[in-house]
Design a protein around this ligand. Structure first.
Ligand code: PLP
Ligand code: TYF
Length: 398
């Protein structure tokens, strides 16, 4: 039967890593997949993760199954991390958090939940958004549509058109927002804009779905919850899909969470039963190790503080590279104003490079960038920034 199977296209982002690995050029630069790298181009295991792993190895109690939604300790730690001092939601016990395999697992559980419980709902996504977003919802049979987000002219947010589109969304639809560090643009709404977005969704009766994959990479672990907070009003519903791949460097451990905030505890219990149903027929129950590492770090005051320092170090290095890249582009006479790169938040920079220019960078300079022109700033180092800026300047000059 397999002879009738046609080849599927590679993942637009992960496929780029394969092409990079196969490139024999010793000066090649990988700015594709969103993985943090240090000054030496390595993706290190965080010191806090090493310390937590050592503790877990010594104290390992059991490898029996976890509950379908994971451990209660993890759910509590995740809620504390994202809701912070604003603890009305955890206190009123109106949210259920399921530990999922990564942020992608959280999105898929959410997609299945939406399909099974709101059969007519459409999920609205920013234009552009993470390449995997439409695919995850499509795989679950959930229709998707887009709302305007990026303004090419200003390299900023097209807020007026975004709000105008959100105002037309039918009641009962779901609106996917990036909690911080928008992927791929690096452009986040301001606090005032978040408040207006929340108000608009409230008015039309749409359900907010926050994808929170980069907490700590924008302004800070606490600061980056500002957008989310706009939706946390007593009695209001929302869904949050968290990922700890980036901020704990736990990519391959697959640590994420889907949190469903209901109006009250009674409603939450019914939602929780449906979330469990969605998980049972998917992966049954989550893997434990990565989540145990996260809980160990977040529950220990000293490790927690140290972890915040490690996140700050990653954030500061990325921002340092933004500044350096802008300087180097000017030095090499790249045409245009690149100050916007410094204003963008998180790992990515939407560079404005055209698909043609991205292709030339790959073929002629062995520099790998996603076709949309998205650069993983975390892949820039003091040793490759000069060659990168010179190559970018070359292709930009035509
Ligand atoms: N959502 C966004 C916006 C992302 O950039 C990513 C990146 O990996 C994810 C979700 C998925 O995270 P994970 O790797 O934990 O599945
Ligand atoms: O956008 C990125 O680069 C990260 C990593 O299918 C990623 O979110 C990319 C593609 C993918 C899974 C993860």
């Amino acid at each position: 039967m397999f002879e009738s199977v046609s080849a599927a296209p590679p993942d637009a982002i992960l496929g780029l890593t394969d092409a990079y690995k196969a490139d024999p050029n010793p000066e090649k630069i990988n700015l594709g997949v969103g993985v943090y790298q240090d000054e030496q181009g390595r993706t290190p295991v965080l010191g806090t993760v090493r310390a937590a792993a050592a503790r877990l190895a010594a104290d390992l109690a059991s490898k029996s199954y976890l509950p379908i939604t994971g451990s209660a300790d993890y759910a509590e730690a995740v809620q504390k991390l994202m809701f912070g001092d604003q603890d009305e939601i955890p206190r009123s016990r109106r949210a259920v958090t399921a530990h999922t395999p990564g942020g992608t697992g959280a999105l898929r559980v959410t997609a299945d939940f939406i399909r099974q419980n709101f059969a007519d709902a459409t999920v609205w996504m920013s234009q552009p958004t993470w390449a995997n977003h439409p695919a995850v919802f499509a795989a679950a049979g959930v229709p998707t549509k887009t709302y305007p987000y990026f303004d090419k002219a200003s390299n900023g947010l097209n807020f007026e058109e975004m709000i105008a589109a959100l105002k037309k969304i039918p009641e009962g639809d779901v609106v996917l927002l990036h909690g911080c560090c928008h992927n791929p643009t690096g452009i986040d709404p301001t606090a005032e804009q978040w408040a207006e977005i929340a108000k608009t969704l409230r008015t039309v009766g749409a359900l907010p779905l926050i994808d929170f994959a980069y907490q700590g990479f924008g302004e800070g672990v606490k600061e980056d919850t500002a957008g989310l907070q706009a939706f946390c009003r007593p009695g209001e519903e929302l869904i949050v899909c968290s990922s700890f791949s980036k901020n704990f460097g736990l990519y391959r451990e697959r640590v994420g969470a889907a949190t469903f905030v209901a109006a009250d505890q009674d409603s939450m219990l019914r939602v929780a039963s449906q979330v469990k149903r969605a998980i049972r027929s998917n992966y049954s129950n989550p893997p434990s190790h990565g989540a145990e590492l996260v809980v160990t770090i977040l529950q220990d005051a000293k490790l927690r503080k140290q972890w915040e320092g490690e996140v700050a170090e990653m954030r500061d290095r990325i921002n340092g590279m933004r500044t350096l890249l802008v300087e180097k582009l000017a030095e090499h006479g790249a045409p245009g104003d690149f100050e916007f790169i410094k204003r963008q938040k998180g790992m990515f920079s939407f560079s404005g490079l055209t698909p043609d220019q991205v292709e030339r960078l790959k073929n002629d300079y062995a520099i790998y960038i996603v076709g949309s022109g998205r650069i993983n700033v975390a892949g820039i180092t003091p040793s490759n920034v000069d060659r990168l800026a010179k190559s970018m300047a070359d292709v930009l000059k035509g």
